[in-house]
Design a protein around this ligand. Structure first.
Ligand SMILES: Nc1nc2c(ncn2[C@@H]2O[C@H](COP(=O)(O)OP(=O)(O)O)[C@@H](O)[C@H]2O)c(=O)[nH]1
Ligand SMILES: [Mg+2]
Length: 414
């Protein structure tokens, strides 16, 4: 034990959840009257805790052994505890005498993992801001790889369970399915945000202060990474694989509420980021459905009126009306859904190329639709309307991605 005095507790920032452009340092104190003497550092790592009393000493020791001397420019650990009944904050506070790079914030007026992380970042002195769980489920060694990625220019370095070297140790099938299901829902609601990383649920990452400073953050629940991806300015992104370890001490705080908060968070972000490309695509799809059905009806009824002896066979009518639907969808998608991209690929030839690709993709989509429908309906005996809806949902998603990647390919833009 050292004979140093423990630091005072860090005051909890209040007001908006916004990270200052300039770190809180001696020259730039959060509260000028407080007379902070702390120098700036390169890296600030936040550890959110709630009832982690049994983990905290071990964690601080491991992190300090790992990082001390390894971070040019220095680092700090900020433990943000929500006034845990097991007094995690008090245990951590007593460690600050031994570990001068450790700071402790005891939050008494706010709750929740994501806001705890942001409050920690607001008080941080670093240029690089990070977060790691306080229960040792995130292997600390990976921090060195994350730091290296940042040094190589990444704005955001994410520890991921779903890239090479990553995994989830001994999760049950149900837990894996739930986790992937949550990811899929995220992809549907916020493809441009959730689709940027393989593991959007990760709570282990580093981000440049400059990428998130001055942005008004307002997360809900657990998934702070989604907030950072959604509202930050992240140009370069690197993922590093890690295996999510089992908990040895303490217990998980995840309850059903976190799943609901996650959904609410997705919707909230979606609304504040505006109607995304995918929703525009879905809306256009609806108009196409209307065009297809109306023309089909007109052709069938009309053919009986005009050519009572000949008639237009149902298949022919369906093919014609289907193609009209496709043309309708192309028109609106080119103008609206992908308008920003098509305006950069002008010219009739370019447009025709996009149209032909779109057509082809829609036809493949139709085949896929029929296949999925038939499998669900005949093999799994799903109700036919439900089977149809599932098939439409999957194919819409597929159509969207393939069209984004092929028909309106961004890389073609110089
Ligand atoms: N400050 C704070 N930390 C929290 C809260 N909920 C969870 N944590 C911490 O966040 C980390 C991850 O939580 P955990 O319950 O282990 O999530 P899981 O690993 O997904 O089961 C742990 O360090 C928890 O102590 C909270 O409401 N406030
Ligand atoms: Mg955990």
């Amino acid at each position: 034990m050292s004979d140093r005095q423990p630091h005072p507790l860090l005051p909890t920032p209040t007001g908006l959840l916004q990270i200052p452009e300039q770190a809180v340092t001696a020259e730039n104190p959060a509260d000028p009257s407080a007379g902070s003497e702390a120098p700036p550092v390169f890296f600030s790592l936040i550890v959110p805790t709630y009832n982690e009393g049994k983990n905290v000493e071990n964690l601080v020791k491991i992190l300090s052994d790992l990082l001390t001397g390894q971070v040019p420019g220095g680092y700090e650990l900020i433990l943000v505890d929500d006034d845990s009944p097991d007094r995690t904050w008090e245990i951590a506070h007593s460690l600050t005498a031994t570990y001068p790079q450790l700071q402790v914030m005891r939050r008494e007026n706010e709750r929740g993992l994501s806001t705890a992380v942001i409050r920690g970042w607001q008080a941080a002195r670093g240029e690089i801001l990070g977060v790691i769980d306080g229960d040792l489920q995130h292997p600390p060694e990976v921090l060195l790889q994350l730091l290296a990625a940042i040094e190589q220019g990444a704005d955001l370095a994410v520890a991921s369970r779903h890239v090479g070297g990553g995994g989830v140790s001994t999760w049950s099938l149900l837990r894996r399915v739930l986790s992937r299901g949550a990811q899929l829902i995220g992809l549907l609601i916020l493809p441009g945000v959730v689709g940027r990383v393989s593991d959007p649920m990760s709570g282990y990452f580093l981000v440049r202060r400059s990428s998130i400073a001055q942005r008004q953050l307002s997360p809900l629940g657990y998934k702070i990474l989604i907030e950072v991806l959604g509202r930050g300015k992240i140009r370069q992104l690197t993922e590093v694989g890690y295996v999510f370890r089992e908990r040895v001490e303490g217990e998980s705080k995840v309850t059903r509420k976190q799943y609901i908060d996650y959904l609410r968070h997705l919707v909230k972000l979606r609304l504040s980021l505006g109607l995304g490309r995918f929703l525009r695509f879905g809306t256009v799809g609806f108009t196409g459905l209307f065009v297809d059905l109306s023309i089909f009806r007109i052709l069938r009824v009309g053919s009986q009126l005009w050519f009572p002896t000949l008639g237009i066979p149902a298949e022919l009518a369906s093919a014609i009306s289907g193609e009209m639907g496709i043309i309708n969808n192309f028109f609106w998608n080119d103008l609206w859904t992908f308008g920003d991209i098509s305006r950069q690929q002008r010219g009739r030839k370019q447009r025709l190329k996009r149209f032909l690709k779109f057509n082809l993709i829609c036809l493949i989509g139709l085949a896929l639709n029929t296949l999925i429908f038939s499998a669900l309906f005949r093999v799994f005996h799903v109700n036919e309307i439900v089977a149809k809806l599932i098939a439409i949902a999957i194919v819409t998603f597929w159509n969207f991605w393939i069209n984004l990647k092929l028909s309106w390919r961004v890389t073609e833009v110089k």
